[in-house]
Design a protein around this ligand. Structure first.
Ligand code: GTP
Ligand code: MG
Length: 332
């Protein structure tokens, strides 16, 4: 699930609220410069969402969030992040509405046909707002003055209007019957957590449906993923931060990775996983594991990864013909 939107509209803050971290504060100039990945387990989701997500209703292990940068210079990263995901959250600051990178994100989602919802963020900045920490949106609405409510509605209708100008019909999410033909708009605050239960509820519902119908991740097959970053790690040399979106990868597997010149064929020496709720980008402690199944963020240590490139495909060869897999990687 990718998080897209204009610079400073609150993508990283929203994820920080969900995973209970402060990645945004640690960023240079508070600007995200890389794609990140965080696995949020089902019990964290249901803790935050309260009665809106009952764990027994879902057979998903949780949600994998992919954070992207909003600054205009990171267009390829946004495009890559958008293409990786099955579902996207378009974050729009209610005070700022649509901005250039919001438009760009919409184009990416259109092009890739990725279903998305809109998180209308920073509702706490509405004049006269009476914050209700962590409350679902209906509950916090009830606590607002008529004036604050209509101020917010005005801003939300502006976003709905912008979406309509681009050919998307949308509405407040609680009025949306079919999320495939209608974009749900979820008012949220990354600061106070208001509306986050609703956001998680909608995302879980959408993911569950997609898992059942079309995604049908084949966890048993050979792993497929995309390189987020190539990083030096002490004791391991060049390693890859990867989003594994299909299949399984195991220590000892032969993999093919897209490189600066030619595809790299190498053998997985170690698989390192960030802890649950940790951002792979900033995590310092990793657990060494024998295998990882999709969808997940994983750090791969292997020889000869110096020439690997961010955005390149990663494929486990498995019992397939090596040359065939090399050709597949070359073709991407
Ligand atoms: P880039 O990654 O650079 O594109 O930015 P971003 O979209 O990740 O935004 P980020 O989360 O870094 O937030 C930008 C600023 O907005 C920070 O100062 C946040 O504290 C602030 N902010 C984010 N969400 C909210 C919110 O819901 N309410 C208020 N009042 N401020 C917010
Ligand atoms: Mg960010």
């Amino acid at each position: 699930m990718a998080v897209l939107g204009h610079v400073d509209h609150g993508k990283t803050s929203l994820l920080d609220k969900i995973r209970g971290s402060a990645v945004s504060e640690g960023e240079a100039g508070a600007i995200t410069q890389h794609i990140g990945a965080t696995a949020v387990p089902l019990d964290t989701v249901s803790q935050m969402a309260g009665s809106l997500v009952k764990p027994e209703d879902f057979d998903l292990p949780g949600l994998l969030f992919i954070d992207t940068p909003g600054h205009h210079s990171f267009s390829t990263l946004r495009s890559r992040g958008g293409a990786l995901a099955d579902i996207a959250i378009l974050v729009v600051d209610v005070n700022d509405s649509f901005q250039p990178q919001t438009e760009e994100a919409i184009d990416i989602l259109k092009r890739t046909g990725t279903p998305f919802i809109v998180a209308a963020n920073k509702i706490d900045t509405t004049p006269g707002w009476n914050p209700q920490e962590g409350a679902p949106i209906q509950k916090t609405y009830e606590e607002q003055s008529q004036r604050a409510r209509s101020k917010l509605d005005e801003k939300l209708y502006e976003i709905i209007g912008e979406l309509s100008d681009r050919g998307f019909s949308s509405d407040f999410y609680w009025r949306v019957q079919n999320f495939q033909s209608n974009i749900g708009v979820v008012p949220v605050s990354a600061l106070t957590g208001e509306g986050i239960p609703d956001l998680l509820g909608v995302l879980m519902g959408l993911s569950q449906r997609y898992m059942k119908d079309e995604m049908a991740i084949d966890v048993a097959g050979p792993g497929s993923g995309t390189v987020l970053e190539v990083k030096e790690e002490r004791g391991f040399g060049a390693t890859l931060d990867v989003v594994l979106y299909d299949g399984t990868i195991r220590a000892g597997d032969t993999i093919v990775v897209g490189g600066a010149n030619n595809p790299i064929v190498t053998e997985v020496r170690a698989l390192l996983q960030p802890r649950p709720n940790a951002e792979i980008r900033t995590e310092k402690r990793f657990d060494k594991v024998d295998e990882v199944g999709a969808a997940a963020g994983v750090k791969i240590a292997a020889p000869d990864l110096e020439d690997a490139m961010a955005g390149a495909p990663v494929r486990v060869v498995g019992d397939r013909d090596l040359d065939e897999v090399i050709r597949e990687v070359e073709a991407e």
